[in-house]
Design a protein around this ligand. Structure first.
Ligand SMILES: Cc1cc2nc3c(=O)[nH]c(=O)nc-3n(C[C@H](O)[C@H](O)[C@H](O)COP(=O)(O)OP(=O)(O)OC[C@H]3O[C@@H](n4cnc5c(N)ncnc54)[C@H](O)[C@@H]3O)c2cc1C
Length: 381
């Protein structure tokens, strides 16, 4: 192998997890290269609002030396939460009084802070992994679909749910949990969709019933970003013609017949083509035997139902792996043992919680179950 193509530390995936790792290493003078499938940072709109928690995402940002930059991109007031029933009655309303521990930021803004904090050459865009293989002695070869090939001493799979690196460590594949999220956007809602804007309020709104829900966040400029949630098998969606967005949305809205109009408008009035986001998971205690020279972090390691923790966990993983390497640069295997031990127990606990949260939202006792959760009622009683 040509020595030119050898990179000591390779991170696959420029999501929040991979970039946090690259940044923490960079702060301590350790070089890494991030290979990302997308052709540029602006190739795709980056999700919506993320609440960044004191006990994971914020710790990672401090470790990355980016906490001050993070404070600058917080959307004030967006921590407000409310729960509605299907008739639009407010069952719980928690305004953002400025004392919350989980400020909301746009995912794209957060990713940009990380990208801006790295030298340009660190992220290699347009490098989609085609295959990975072991060369022995803990080294690996990565082949990209653009025809290039590299070798590395440490390969980190931060490449999300459908990781190409994971098969080096584990035979597990993500499984569909039976819940589909359908993403819609309403723009300029304060002018064009006043009733829906009022129903959503200043932050997050959960309108729920057993097996279905309409969950929306207010984003800057009056954008309402909605995840319609339905417990349905994937083939139910195969019967819908998504080439006609309005018809497809009307079809989905039929599942919400009898719900109040300001809620169903979040579906039927969508300004963009609806995007299906099937929810997949890895097993709760997903782990692997140590394989020299390779590890995983974030969704690649522990994919779970959305519970507001996934991006936070990916960032903490990145920071913790960075710290472990910095503490033990001459013995990467020791560093990986330390990192994985902590990650396995941290992510198993969060995976259990995330399944419970999905049940609180869409289970038989919804929406009261989520109200009780917010109110701190002991659910075991
Ligand atoms: C509908 C929904 C809502 C969510 N809401 C929240 C929330 O509110 N809060 C929260 O904390 N979490 C949330 N999550 C979870 C969160 O999105 C993930 O846990 C988080 O993005 C994981 O980060 P990551 O860096 O591990 O992976 P990703 O963000 O998936 O990044 C992986 C990167 O790898 C790249 N990549 C993939 N394959 C390849 C390849 N073959 N070659 C090269 N590059 C590749 C991708 O392009 C991507 O840039 C939500 C998830 C979903 C589905």
């Amino acid at each position: 192998m040509n020595q030119k193509n050898h990179t000591p530390i390779v991170i696959i995936g420029a999501g929040l997890g991979g970039l946090t790792l690259a940044r923490v290493l960079h702060v301590h003078g350790i070089k890494s290269t991030v290979y990302e499938a997308e052709i540029s940072s602006g190739a795709r709109k980056q999700g919506g609002m993320l609440d960044i928690h004191e006990y994971n995402g914020q710790l990672a940002l401090k470790e990355a030396g980016l906490f001050d930059k993070f404070l600058e991109i917080i959307n004030e007031g967006a921590q407000a939460s409310r729960i509605l029933d299907k008739n639009g009655n407010i069952l719980l309303d928690e305004p953002d009084d400025g004392t919350g521990a989980r400020p909301e930021v746009l995912r794209g803004d957060l990713r940009q802070i990380l990208l801006d904090s790295l030298p340009n050459e660190v992220v290699q865009w347009g490098h989609k992994v085609q295959s990975v293989s072991s060369l022995g002695d803990g080294r690996h070869e990565v082949v990209f679909t653009n025809g290039s090939t590299i070798t590395t001493d440490l390969l980190v799979g931060a490449d999300g749910a459908w990781s190409k690196v994971r098969p080096l460590l584990s035979e597990e594949k993500p499984k569909y949990v039976g819940t589909m999220f359908i993403e819609t956007f309403l723009f300029e809602s304060d002018i064009r969709h006043k009733a829906s804007a009022e129903a959503v309020g200043d932050g997050a709104m959960y309108a729920l019933a057993p097996g279905k829900g309409i969950v929306a966040h207010r984003e800057p400029n009056g954008t309402l970003h909605t995840y319609v949630q339905l417990n349905k098998e994937k083939d139910w969606f195969d019967t819908i013609d998504f080439s006609n967005s309005k018809k497809a949305l009307a079809h989905i809205a039929k599942e919400f017949e009898g719900w109040s109009e300001e809620l169903t408008a979040l579906i039927t009035e969508g300004d963009t083509d609806p995007v299906l986001r099937p929810i997949h998971t890895l097993p709760i205690e997903h782990k692997w035997e140590r394989v020299p020279g390779v590890t995983l972090l974030g969704d690649a390691a522990h994919l779970m139902p959305p519970s507001g923790e996934g991006a936070n966990l990916a960032m903490l993983d990145g920071a913790e792996l960075g710290k472990a390497i910095i503490a033990n640069p001459s013995n990467i295997e020791e560093a990986l043992i330390t990192f994985e031990k902590q990650m396995f127990s941290r992510s198993a606990a969060e995976a259990i919680d995330s399944e419970e949260i999905l049940d609180l939202c869409l289970g038989e006792s919804s929406p009261q179950s989520l109200v009780n959760f917010f109110n701190g009622v002991n659910l075991a009683v």
